[in-house]
Write a protein that binds this ligand. Sequence first.
Ligand SMILES: [Cu+2]
Length: 139
Amino acid sequence: MKSIKLSGIFILLGVIFIFSFGLSQMKKTEMMMQHKETEAAKGKEITIEGHIIDPYCYITMDMIGEKHKKCAQMCAKNGINLGILEKDTNIIYLVFPEGHGNPNEKVMEFIEEDVKISGKLWQKGSLNAIQIEKIEKTK
Ligand SMILES: [Cu+2]
């Protein structure tokens, strides 16, 4: 009699455990989905300040600034997609074209310059990109 009561309690505990585990998993999935939705911008209008970089030389060799201008121009002509290194956050945004054009077209004359850019922000996974609508030098 005692062992029947005891096993009944264990079964009940097991059911409670499985139920609460399931609930916490559902909450977790829900939270992750909400997080993703707020994180991934799809064409949101933003304005950022930063520096036009050649992401290849910047990431692999830390090359940035006036002394790297010629190299960055060459990299861009050879097909490296230029980017913007945001001033306060160090986030790198790739420059995206409108349609399927050359992404570097609007930033060639601003290579290794400090700029202010307005445009559309695109995010997916860990990648940030911006379609430039307006760009001007800040220095
Ligand atoms: Cu370079």
